[in-house]
Design a protein around this ligand. Structure first.
Ligand code: ZN
Length: 172
């Protein structure tokens, strides 16, 4: 027998508010860290939106990870910091030490490189790849940014840099 729970819109609204509040707090804490550039996996909402209708798009706006990304982007912008979004395609399959890509590198929470035998937690390996991709994406944006002033030097580290390309890190 299928259990049917009574529909209560107020509970749904309370849940949304809770997620909204958490995302505000978490995004604020992250962008206030002593770094000027933050790299995230791009959730690519534009491709998810295609052909999915208004109702889906409305739900997507309140989807927690996407909301967190949006909050981080505008809060970072307010602080003259940058969020760069990287393609998530290979972040979990690629070895952060040697660059070898293979879907069999990952076994649940363990990452074990088939090429160099490097092993660590899969999330940590993916995080290192996101950092590396974010770094190269940031430099790419910086070199193509129209706002780059002549004579400005390229930063040596993301954390020390104060010049910035486009706020969302997606180019202009
Ligand atoms: Zn490797």
């Amino acid at each position: 027998m299928k259990l049917k729970l009574p529909y209560d819109p107020s509970i749904l609204e309370t849940g949304r508010r809770f997620v909204l509040d958490i995302n505000h707090v978490v995004s604020k804490q992250i962008v206030n860290l002593p770094c000027d550039v933050f790299a995230l996996e791009d959730l690519d909402a534009s491709s998810m939106r295609k052909g999915n209708g208004r109702r889906f798009n409305h739900k997507l706006g309140s989807w927690s990870p996407f909301q967190l990304q949006q909050f981080m982007e505008y809060k970072a912008w307010d602080l003259n910091k940058t969020v760069v979004c990287v393609d998530p395609k290979f972040t979990s399959r690629m070895c952060s030490r040697c660059g070898y890509r293979d879907r069999n590198n990952r076994h649940g929470s363990i990452f074990h490189c088939k090429q160099c035998s490097f092993e660590l937690h899969a999330d940590l390996n993916a995080s290192r790849n996101i950092e590396a991709f974010g770094r190269s994406e940031y430099f790419r944006l910086l070199s193509t940014s129209r706002s780059l002033r002549s004579g400005e030097t390229m930063p040596t580290g993301m954390a020390e840099d104060s010049s910035k390309p486009h706020p969302s890190g997606r180019g202009s």
